[in-house]
Ligand binder design. Structure first.
Ligand code: XMP
Length: 534
């Protein structure tokens, strides 16, 4: 590849900052920090070629940390041609060691690794250390160390056990830091990233929630033209924000469908109606299908069978609504007809896209979201949240004027209360659970804990137990309280709820919900438990 000097950066101005992933979760956090600095970033695999990177017109490249040692074989590499592109590069931890090694330096296992908070001394006022105090605290996590810097580079900082805690070749705009600026324990980490982004790369801090909305609105319009678009609203934050964005873009071309399965949380249907029909004036079809769902679930106790039944019925109801809509607009099924429904909105988020590492991620998630879309689906997907992290989706939701209650709602599984009712799902059991769940949500909110918990809800086991209320013996269902903290639902810990909150939950659920005579608490982490009971 022929080197292009920094002055050739003119046409590159709009591209993303690319964060190169070498494994584990490091890249995601860096990408989020870049975006918090209002610069658009995307994560790419380390297997991407330099030419492919250049084609994306990046304003800068950040090589992330990684779990391996650069001297292991095989250790993830990057196409060394990126060093000749003139694009500014920042290597972090593994990324710093890799660039040092690839450019002719040396990295060795010195036997003196550093883990955790570590003092750092600046030895050369690099452009990324502008305004840093001479001494500060950083977060380290390394076993190997850079022992020899490549030609053209100078060390710019040191720590007790790393002579080269940072290095640069300012002429080529290549920087490396052994520590992690993306973690909060690095006191001036945010400054460092901003200096790299704003001063070295010359990125304007222009990626804002308003700009996300504007660019998505344009994109949606360009994608769907004058076609009609359907969106399944679940009551959750992702589908709500996706719908609100698409509605802003194309107004009445959008129809939202809320399939009431009878398995939603308390007040969910009403809130969707209130928000979308009355507040946003969205075309909303409220498909009341709870009888059909309870009918299909009668006698079924196997968790996977329940999921399958709900997923398939959901699709059937959804397709019926789509067909009805086409029929009422005089459409014959010809998808080139302007009245045909050609597009389906999906609230796919960026982590789902990255995890699969390919565009097929959208499909996988869409299955998951609504419980199993069939492969022969004729809709094309509109995915306005495809590039966003969850916190960005929430911020966009706020900006679009969605109610806090929706924007900050805890996750809820596609099959709804059915996976929290162990054993047969009947309308009566769903009603009991819904009432108990509403009390859990209310008390958790009142205690100011709702946003700190990943999820907090009620579960109904398939047993009844004996109790005594007033003078009489009772034989009724217990309710189990499940409350967990988590970052991503992959792992979770049971929440240490305060005793007074537990006391109120117990007393209110038993007194207010007929059919419940006992309250228990689930104190299982994930693993070995899952968050949901089924
Ligand atoms: P588990 O129970 O596996 O759940 O620890 C992890 C997270 O995923 C949610 N969940 C689902 N979400 N469809 C969904 O859209 C589903 O079938 C489903 N099952 C579980 C769960 O609420 C938790 O946040």
């Amino acid at each position: 590849m022929s080197p292009s000097p920094p002055s050739a950066a003119g046409p590159l101005v709009d591209g993303p900052v690319l964060v190169v992933d070498f494994g584990a979760q490091y890249a995601q956090l860096i990408a989020r920090r870049v975006r918090e600095a209002h610069v658009y970033s995307e994560i790419v695999s380390h297997t991407i070629s330099a030419a492919e990177m250049v084609a994306r017109r990046p304003q800068g490249i950040i090589l992330s940390g990684g779990p391996k040692s650069v001297n292991e074989t095989p250790a993830p590499q990057i196409d060394p041609a990126i060093y000749d592109t003139g694009i500014p590069i920042l290597g972090i931890c593994y990324g710093a060691q890799l660039l040092a090694l690839q450019l002719g330096g040396e990295v060795a296992r010195t036997g003196r690794g550093e883990y955790g908070r570590t003092p750092l001394t600046i030895t050369d006022r690099s452009p990324i250390f502008v305004d840093w105090p001479g001494d500060s605290e950083v977060w380290m996590s390394h076993g190997d160390a850079i022992t020899v810097v490549p030609e053209g580079f100078v060390p710019t900082a040191q720590s007790p056990d790393a002579k080269v805690a940072a290095l640069h070749d300012a002429n080529r705009r290549i920087y490396g830091v052994q520590f992690h600026p993306e973690v909060v324990h690095t006191e001036r980490g945010r400054d460092l990233l901003e200096r790299f982004l704003y001063d070295v790369c010359g990125c304007p801090p222009s990626w804002t929630h308003t700009s996300i909305i504007e660019s998505q609105v344009e994109k949606i319009r360009a994608q769907v033209g004058s076609s009609r678009v359907l969106c399944a609203l679940s009551g959750g934050v992702d589908s709500a924000v996706a719908a609100a964005l698409v509605h802003k873009a194309i107004g009445d071309q959008l129809t939202c469908v809320f399939v009431d399965t009878g398995l939603m949380r308390s007040g969910e249907g009403e809130q969707v109606e209130e928000t979308f029909r009355r507040q946003f004036h969205v075309n909303l079809v409220h498909a009341k299908a709870s009888d059909r769902f309870f009918g299909a679930l009668a006698g079924v106790t196997d968790p996977e069978a329940k999921r399958k039944i709900i997923g398939e019925l959901f699709i059937r109801v959804f397709e019926e609504v789509a067909r009805d809509l086409e029929a009422t607009s005089g459409v014959t099924g010809d998808t080139t007809d302007p009245g045909a429904v050609d597009y389906l909105v999906q609230g796919t988020l960026y982590p789902d896209v990255i995890e699969s590492g390919s565009d097929s991620a959208a499909k996988i998630k869409s299955h998951h979201n609504v419980g199993g879309l069939p492969d022969d689906l004729t809709f094309e997907l509109v995915e306005p949240l495809r590039l966003l992290f969850k916190d960005e989706v929430r911020a966009v939701g706020e900006e679009l004027g969605l109610p806090h209650d929706i924007v900050w709602r805890q996750p809820f599984p596609g099959p709804g209360l059915a996976v929290r009712i162990v054993g047969e799902v009947t309308p009566e059991r769903a009603e009991i659970l819904r009432a108990a769940d509403a009390i859990v949500v209310e008390e958790i909110r009142r205690a100011g804990l709702y946003r700190d918990l990943w999820q907090s809800f009620a579960v109904m086991p398939a047993v009844r137990t004996v109790g005594v209320m007033g003078d009489g013996r009772t034989y009724a269902y217990p309710i189990v309280i499940r409350a967990v903290t988590s970052d991503d639902a992959m792992t979770a810990d049971w929440a240490r709820l305060p005793y007074d909150v537990l006391e109120r939950l117990s007393s209110r659920i038993i007194n207010e919900v007929e059919g419940v005579n006992r309250v228990a608490l689930d104190i299982t982490s994930k693993p070995p438990g899952t968050i949901e009971w089924e």
